[in-house]
Design a protein around this ligand. Structure first.
Ligand code: ZN
Length: 225
């Protein structure tokens, strides 16, 4: 295939993709809620028919949940490379950077795809703002780099706390985390074992205890008055 033919094919493929993307987006924007509402039933029905041997209600529900999560995911931000050379030169931006530097709220540094735990701070019931439990992203600071150089850092987030670490320090944190994960596993095993002796109290005895306690407090406050 000649170069121009390859280019033409690539161009037409990307046009098809973007048209399909736009169509999906238009349909979803208009009716995402309705699609989400009917999806579990539709998936359940089609799995029953298409793969009856594999079908279980739980598997269908799990599959529908995955599809819904995928539909609700915000679109991936454009990278510096996707925005083009002009953009990269103008903002001194890197090919992997996902920051929109025209947005006044966007940081001046360049960020590589951030990661975050699905587990959120509110899932742990500790109160406070709803944040991912742990987050990490690589950033590059290269403002006036001829004068000040270029620095790569990792921003490591724990709830609302944010640490700025060198790549080497980040690796030490990873080692500490791995060590702790093993220790936490041991704690889980031990807690499971210890929890085997847990039991519920007797509500009648609890009520009698509360009554006795109330009478005792009444006696004390009555005597003091
Ligand atoms: Zn950038």
């Amino acid at each position: 295939m000649s170069n121009s033919a390859t280019t033409a094919t690539t161009a037409s493929t990307s046009t098809t993709i973007s048209t399909a993307d736009e169509m999906t987006k238009r349909i979803l924007d208009a009716s995402l809620e309705r699609v989400i509402a009917v999806l579990p039933g539709a998936v359940d029905q089609s799995m029953r028919t298409a793969i009856p041997k594999m079908y279980t209600p739980e598997l269908a529900a799990e599959f529908a949940e995955t599809m819904i999560a995928e539909l609700c995911k915000p679109p991936a931000p454009l990278t510096g490379a996707e925005r083009g050379t002009e953009w990269m030169l103008r903002w001194n931006c890197t090919p992997w950077c996902i920051n929109d530097h025209t947005d006044s709220a966007a940081p001046e540094f360049h960020s590589a795809g951030p990661v975050a735990t699905k587990l959120r701070t509110t899932d742990l019931g500790t109160g406070g703002d709803d944040q991912p439990w742990l987050t990490a992203e690589t950033v590059v600071m290269n403002d006036k780099q001829q004068a000040y150089g270029r620095e790569t850092r990792v921003l490591l987030g724990y709830g609302v706390q944010l640490a700025e670490l060198t790549p080497a320090r980040t690796r030490q944190v990873l080692e500490a985390l791995r060590g702790f994960a093993a220790e936490l596993e041991a704690v889980c095993d031990q807690a499971d074992e210890i929890a085997e002796d847990d039991f519920e109290g007797d509500p009648e005895i609890a009520a009698a205890h509360e009554e006795a306690e109330a009478r005792r407090i009444q006696r004390i406050t009555g005597a003091a008055a």
